[in-house]
Design a protein around this ligand. Structure first.
Ligand code: PLP
Length: 373
């Protein structure tokens, strides 16, 4: 095998590393924000039947526009957000990563720029690079919140074609106020993508940006079945926006991008939304248990509306990560000095994490700021 340098690779991809959490064997894998609860048995039965039925037609291409699935997803969004979302406003793809890629293919690309407020989801700059879109890091305050005036000023100055706002934000966990989103939207002529991969885990009273869609044709809200729905293996993401955005994405999507088995499996889920979302409440309770236990260990966390908690302050995140792994608990070192991210899952996982953390906390914690020195 030759090295990458010997290939005529696009210059902007040279020297880059691919996305990916280390796939380390561990008893408790709390590093990729999956939902650990198995799918409800009734759903599994429907899923098997739906896949069997779809398999009978595998000699045919799938529904290119996933019409029935989009209607199901529109119904789910309308029911849970209180905002009427029409099927024509919904688009689906292989994970929200593919949704984001299609958005960048349509609205970014060569000579165009995307802006995101880092630290945030690391795939936003990576997909930007893959689509030839320039990337600019936006600013956050030291507490990881977005300073709306600074954000608006930056948007006005840079005039990005695509702005990403992750809410709840990954890896910090906190939802972004709707006023911040509207201010950013009003400051740009580009599209604003609100990445709501974790929306279902938000604390009570946190409205979705879906409520902002009417009258804002440049606003896009992306969602996924990978987190709250516990179907990360399915690869199904979707968005809601003005129907014109859906038309735009059809210019760049590959024909038949969403296989018929994927569409059939995804369509089995909405009928079981209540059972699926019951696990969300259980996960939120574990998240809150982690947040409440941290101060007793001399640690702190960032307010979380997601199924994970960013905790610190540790003197050396790499060493604390290893010490937890030595005790069978795999968390995520997201590259923020002094902080680590843990996924909230089952009660057993929380117990294991807190036990391991209590064993190592005294050796690893530090007061805020010390580890930055
Ligand atoms: C903020 C955010 N957006 C999008 C995704 C991608 O999700 P998927 O492609 O599985 O739908 C993730 C995955 O971790 C995420 O954290």
């Amino acid at each position: 095998m030759v090295s990458l340098d010997q290939l005529p690779l696009r210059p902007e991809l040279r020297g880059r590393t691919p996305y990916g959490a280390p796939q380390v064997p561990a008893t408790y894998r709390l590093n990729t924000n999956e939902n650990p609860h198995p799918l409800p048995v009734e759903l599994l039965a429907d899923l098997g039947a739906a896949l069997g039925h779809a398999a009978l037609e595998l000699n045919r291409y799938p529904d290119r526009d996933a019409v029935a699935l989009r209607a199901d997803l529109a119904h789910y969004l309308s029911r849970t957000s209180g905002e009427a979302v029409e099927p024509a406003q919904v688009w689906a793809a292989n994970g929200s990563n593919e949704i984001l890629q299609q958005v960048l293919q349509a609205f970014g690309g060569a000579g165009r720029r995307a802006l995101g407020f880092t630290p945030s989801y690391s795939m936003h700059p990576i997909i930007s690079a893959g689509t030839g879109t320039g990337w600019v890091d936006g600013h956050r305050r030291a507490d990881f919140t977005i300073d709306v005036d600074a954000a608006v000023a930056q948007v006005r100055e840079l005039r990005p074609d695509v702005v990403f706002v992750t809410s709840p934000n990954n890896p910090t966990g906190t939802a972004v106020a709707l006023e911040t989103i509207t201010a950013i939207h009003d400051a740009t002529e580009g599209v604003v993508v609100v990445d709501e991969a974790y929306a279902e885990f938000a604390r009570a009273g946190t409205p979705s940006a879906l409520t902002l869609l009417p009258g804002r044709p440049r606003l896009i809200v992306s969602r996924t079945m990978s987190k709250a729905f516990g179907m990360a293996g399915l690869r199904l993401g979707y968005l809601a926006a003005d129907a014109a955005v859906v038309d735009a994405l059809q210019l760049v999507r590959l024909p038949y991008h969403l296989g018929s088995l994927t569409q059939a499996a995804a369509r089995a889920a909405p009928a079981h939304t209540d059972a699926l979302l019951a696990t969300v409440d259980a996960v939120k309770a574990e998240r809150d248990r982690i947040v409440e236990a941290l101060p007793q260990l001399g640690l702190t966390s960032v307010p979380s509306d997601a199924n994970f908690v960013l905790f610190g302050h540790v003197a050396d995140a790499g060493k604390a990560w290893q010490a937890l792994l030595d005790r069978g608990v795999l968390v995520r070192d997201v590259g923020l000095p002094g902080w680590l991210r843990v996924t909230a899952g089952t009660a057993e996982e929380t117990d294991a994490f807190l036990t391991a953390l209590s064993e190592i906390a005294a050796d690893h914690r530090t007061t805020l700021g010390e580890s930055d020195a």
